[in-house]
Design a protein around this ligand. Structure first.
Ligand SMILES: NC(=O)C1=CN([C@@H]2O[C@H](COP(=O)(O)OP(=O)(O)OC[C@H]3O[C@@H](n4cnc5c(N)ncnc54)[C@H](O)[C@@H]3O)[C@@H](O)[C@H]2O)C=CC1
Ligand SMILES: O=CC(=O)O
Length: 165
């Protein structure tokens, strides 16, 4: 798992229930988890079967999944991207999938949404969803409540619930 935050931890917890050994990459090792830490994405990709991207998109994480990482994951590896499309060099991903250099992919996000590379539609080893990672009734209700809560706090001159700056 790349990015062991709220979503990454949620994925780890569920995967653990299926006896999956969990390893992760973040910029610094976490002292409060027992999962195996790798100090680079390459090392993580070389030592895992399923690589999940769950970090924020920043200049540092743009194309964090490049050809080198894809090759390290290899023909038996699977890439899951539920973060942001530009985490992945999509051209490299498509050619690796088409050429069988990567085992498979599960993609909820794409580099140039709403465009999705045509080649992906024909592949048996790819699962595509239209950026619906947060699309549950409960989550969407919680998102709407948070917006309303922030607006209410703002207009009552109270501290915001989730200030951005
Ligand atoms: N597909 C979808 O519908 C959704 C996608 N997302 C994406 O998932 C991302 C993660 O969401 P949360 O877990 O809620 O965020 P979070 O802030 O709780 O966790 C992000 C984690 O990534 C780590 N991180 C930051 N920079 C990093 C880097 N350079 N390399 C490795 N790790 C790094 C942070 O330390 C943190 O542990 C969001 O930023 C968003 O882009 C979020 C919600 C829905
Ligand atoms: O990508 C969706 C989000 O809530 O972030």
């Amino acid at each position: 798992i790349i990015g062991l935050g709220r979503i990454g931890m949620g994925i780890a917890k569920r995967a653990e229930a299926f006896s999956c050994p969990i390893s992760y990459y973040t910029r610094t090792e976490k002292s409060d988890v027992n999962y195996k830490y790798y100090p680079s994405v390459i090392e993580l990709a070389s030592n895992c079967q399923i690589l999940v991207v769950a970090c924020p998109l920043t200049e540092e994480t743009r194309h964090i999944i490049n050809r080198e990482v894809i090759d390290a994951l290899g023909p038996k590896g699977v890439l899951i991207n539920i973060g942001r499309g530009p985490h992945v060099d999509e051209r490299e991903l498509v050619s690796a999938l088409v050429e069988g250099r990567l085992g498979g992919a599960g993609l909820d996000v794409f580099e140039r949404e709403p465009e999705v590379p045509e080649e992906l539609f024909g592949l048996e080893n790819v699962v595509l969803t239209p950026h619906i990672g947060s699309g549950t009734v409960e989550t969407r209700m919680a998102m709407a409540d948070l917006v309303l809560g922030n607006l209410e706090a703002h207009f009552l001159n109270k501290p915001l619930l989730t200030p951005v700056v």
